[in-house]
Ligand binder design. Structure first.
Ligand SMILES: [Zn+2]
Length: 396
């Protein structure tokens, strides 16, 4: 059994990220969806409860996917081929592809159809061991469609057997009709979308794509400040395309996490050190877009924590397999297998604000557990890249 932590540990930083506690030949007692106790078999209590023998297998905490865009109308395989033929993601976006393409399709789709499609992806992710999931809006880009997306996420929250958190990402891109009047779109977010979202309790978090060609630091700040008045906690897309101030604006607004960070300098690292904001790497989008990988090794070596997530979305990361994301993080972000494990469990839980209930095998936490096959060593988990290692996923 691996991933055992004391309740007071809310995340792992620096050198501690390579530590994974293990009990060989262990027992685990769960009751009503909560971890009651555990220990080595040499002191297993004689309880009158239903038992499951998983001898030879590994038991670990379920994964937390703290960054997804799981609600979308369809794949963007045409753009994939355009990129194979040499166009860049930015060039495709300028021609009306990218987020705007997803938005046009989503605006035309009914809420029910969108819900059915998204639930299919969610169940696939669950089979891979995902036990908590963050899902963003951001393909609506008008009041009606952003609300439609958030209602779909709310239904997923109510019906899925795992924990779902909802993020409002109205500031994902400037819709074409506001190209000449960005200010008006930001006013629409602040004066029309946010009050409606608050009225229906549709979101837990607020996100802004703060980057070159998307939203500036000032615009991001304005949106975050307005959203915080409604109790929405910030999570930021930052520094994917350049060093653009995304880290600083996230930290200034006490964001739970700042995600992407393919471009990060010493100033950004120093800023994160004085904060409680979790840096999050998204290796799936670096892989798929063939852009630089977040320098996780440098971030960890500077004493910081880091989480990793799938960024599951139709344009830049059509992959919710966190086992594969783990392999990518080891091969290309410079992480060790143990660091990848902690980045997908306890640190990912912190990036979602759920570290008190998820992310480790800890007495009193939710009994969301993955049972894998036998391994010689934890190194094997990301070594067999792209294989779903979850034999069984338990929620309670
Ligand atoms: Zn994203």
């Amino acid at each position: 059994m691996i991933g055992i932590l004391e309740p007071e540990i809310s995340c792992l930083k620096g050198e501690d990220m390579s530590k994974v506690n293990r009990i060989a030949n262990a027992w685990l007692h769960v009751e009503d969806g909560i971890i009651v106790d555990f220990g080595p078999m040499t002191n297993c209590p004689d309880l009158n409860v239903e038992t499951r023998d998983v001898q030879g297998q590994w038991v670990m905490p379920g994964f937390v996917d703290s960054h997804t865009h799981m609600v979308f109308a369809g794949p963007r395989h045409n753009e994939y081929v355009m990129r194979l033929k040499g166009k860049t993601y930015a060039e495709i976006a300028v021609e009306g592809g990218g987020i705007i393409n997803s938005s046009k399709r989503l605006q035309l789709m009914s809420e029910d159809e969108l819900y059915d499609k998204s639930m299919k992806y969610a169940y696939e992710a669950i089979q891979g061991g995902t036990c908590a999931l963050e899902i963003k809006s951001g393909y609506g880009l008008n009041v009606e469609s952003e609300i439609k997306m958030l209602r779909v996420i709310k239904r997923m929250k109510e019906t899925l057997p795992i924990l779902v958190r909802s993020t409002f990402l109205g500031a994902h891109a400037i819709p074409p009709e506001y190209k000449e009047n960005r200010e008006a779109y930001i006013e629409l977010i602040i004066n029309e979308m946010l009050p409606k979202i608050a009225e229906e309790s549709l979101a837990d978090f607020v996100d802004v794509f703060c980057d070159e060609g998307f939203f500036s630091v000032d615009e991001t700040n304005k949106i975050l400040q307005a959203a915080q008045k409604y109790g929405l906690i910030p999570k930021i897309h930052g520094n994917e395309l350049g060093i653009t101030g995304g880290v600083q604006v996230a930290v200034a607004n006490k964001a739970l996490s700042v995600d992407h960070l393919e471009h990060i300098g010493e100033e950004e690292i120093a800023c994160l050190k004085n904060s409680d904001t979790m840096p999050v790497a998204l290796p799936g989008s670096s892989f798929f877009l063939k852009i630089p990988y977040t320098p996780a090794r440098r971030i960890i070596d500077s004493g910081l924590p880091i989480a990793i997530a799938s960024d599951f979305n139709p344009g830049s990361s059509p992959c919710h397999n966190l086992w594969f994301i783990w392999s990518l993080a080891c091969l290309y972000n410079g992480m060790l297998p143990e660091e990848g494990f902690n980045a997908l469990t306890i640190n990912a839980a912190k990036a979602m604000g759920i570290e008190q209930q998820y992310g480790s095998i800890t007495r009193g936490k939710k009994s969301c557990i993955i049972i894998t096959g036998p391994f010689e060593h934890i190194n094997e988990m990301p070594y067999w890249f792209s294989k779903n290692q979850a034999y069984k996923v338990l929620f309670k």
